[in-house]
Write a protein that binds this ligand. Structure first.
Ligand code: FES
Ligand code: FES
Length: 184
């Protein structure tokens, strides 16, 4: 008997009925059309199907859709900001970190969940974290390079976000100094 499923995918809420045996990957790809999530081995061995559920990287072929009832799912389609790719996506392109691209969305989603938790990882930490993400055609070195590059890009983006606040503070100090003749 079908059961009700409520999930949020890439910020949009969905509500429908599914068979209890339905896998998350089937809901995403076949019912909602998020085909950027790839399904390769179907046996939890390649991680191509990785998505983010409530901040954690999850293999969507290895979890029932009903297990994510009430949760937030992010797929690769949810990363870009309009026409602007997410820094991790851009770093994969700039570092030649894919060829056929079949594993890439899973690699990117795992990298996103990882960098959210560890914004400045070492090469070894990335290697350990990405262990289990199988790529059959690109060197894993390039993927590691892309993730380290993405970490730098994300750090610069965060630093740039803080700049206006610092500028405002600085101009407030100058205004105080100009008014009183004393440094604020
Ligand atoms: S398709 Fe999910 S781990 Fe391979
Ligand atoms: S880019 Fe082809 S499997 Fe990874």
């Amino acid at each position: 008997m079908k059961r009700e499923l409520n999930i949020t995918v890439n910020g949009e809420s969905y509500n429908f009925f599914v068979e209890p045996k339905t896998l998350l990957v089937h809901v995403l790809r076949e019912m909602l059309g998020f085909t950027g999530t790839h399904q390769a081995c179907d046996s939890s061995s390649c991680a191509a199907c990785t998505v983010i559920v409530d901040g954690k990287a999850v293999k969507s072929c290895s979890i029932l859709a009903l297990q994510v009832n009430g949760k937030e799912v992010t797929t690769v389609e949810g990363l870009a900001d309009g026409a602007n790719l997410h820094p991790i996506q851009q770093a994969f392109i700039d570092n030649w970190a894919f060829q056929c691209g079949f594993c890439t969305s899973g690699q990117i989603m795992a990298a996103k969940a990882f960098l959210d938790e560890n914004p400045n990882p070492t090469r070894e930490e990335i290697q350990m974290q990405m262990d289990g993400h199988i790529c059959r055609c690109t060197g894993h070195n390039m993927i590691n390079e892309a993730i380290r590059d993405a970490a730098k890009r994300l750090q610069s983006r965060e630093a740039a976000k803080k700049l206006p606040a610092q500028k405002n503070l600085q101009s407030h100090k100058w205004a105080q100094t100009a008014k009183s003749g004393k440094g604020a």
